[in-house]
Design a protein around this ligand. Structure first.
Ligand SMILES: Nc1nc2c(ncn2[C@@H]2O[C@H](COP(=O)(O)OP(=O)(O)OP(=O)(O)O)[C@@H](O)[C@H]2O)c(=O)[nH]1
Ligand SMILES: [Mg+2]
Length: 218
């Protein structure tokens, strides 16, 4: 399955509590300007489903995109970037809090895609975020962005280096280019599978010791 995902914008929220319940959601997280919104547009094959910008800080709210049909409750959530240096300290703090609360509180958050700039490699802030995500028990998938900016001759070494810094096997990192389309079909397939995974609630019925069917007593 590599066809574009039919995603539509549903709503923006300044707080996770403003968002209705979902069936399942995947969050796209990463430093400001790493390419989160561009990646969303690439998986949907839309130019401006999510607002992108050369200037960091384009996304300042929790933006919800729903896999169609409408009302499916299957979401991809574009998060504001963290570490936007030009924002005021108060704004930075507010955004960090918004993201943290969202990640801690959303019950049906299945996976976080942590985007790391493939050209720059993981920064201290990326690694700090990764550590915190794992610490609070999130399922994290590292996605290296802007692959087209890395010279093909250097890509092999860069893949090794980036994975090592993140503490994972190189095979576990997904490399993508929203600009050129590399890795996008694979990413679509993974997201599609995650959103359509059958979410079965397991209900345990307590055994009260009685046996209605069999009466073995003489
Ligand atoms: N060359 C190249 N540039 C990219 C790629 N993806 C994104 N960019 C550029 O990187 C810049 C930031 O992209 P956005 O998608 O807005 O980044 P963001 O992570 O959503 O940023 P915030 O909303 O500020 O957190 C834009 O100028 C994009 O065109 C890519 O795959 N290749
Ligand atoms: Mg954005």
């Amino acid at each position: 399955m590599s066809a574009p995902l039919h995603l539509e914008f549903v709503m923006s929220g300044a707080k996770h509590t403003q968002l209705p319940d979902s069936v399942v959601e995947i969050a796209v997280a990463g430093r400001s300007n790493v390419g989160k919104s561009s990646l969303l547009n690439a998986i949907a094959n839309r130019k401006s489903l999510a607002k992108t910008s050369k200037t960091p800080g384009a996304t300042r709210l929790l933006n919800v995109y729903e896999l169609q049909p409408e009302g499916s409750g299957k979401w991809v959530v574009d998060l504001p970037g963290f570490g936007y240096a030009k924002a005021s300290k108060a704004d930075q703090k507010r955004w960090a809090q918004m993201i943290e609360n969202y990640l801690i509180e959303r019950e049906n958050l299945e996976q976080v895609l942590l985007l790391v700039d493939g050209e720059v490699g993981p920064t201290a802030l990326d690694l700090q975020s990764l550590e915190w995500f794992l610490h609070i028990g999130l399922e994290v998938q590292i996605v290296a962005t802007k692959q087209d900016k890395v010279k093909p001759s250097k890509l092999g070494a860069r893949k090794q280096e980036l994975a090592k810094k993140c503490g994972v096997d190189p095979k576990e990192v997904w490399w993508v280019s929203a600009a050129k389309g590399n890795g996008i079909p694979e990413l679509r397939a993974e997201i599609h599978a995650l959103l359509n995974y059958e979410h079965v609630e397991i209900v345990y019925i307590e055994d009260d010791g009685s046996d209605d069917e069999h009466h073995d007593h003489p």
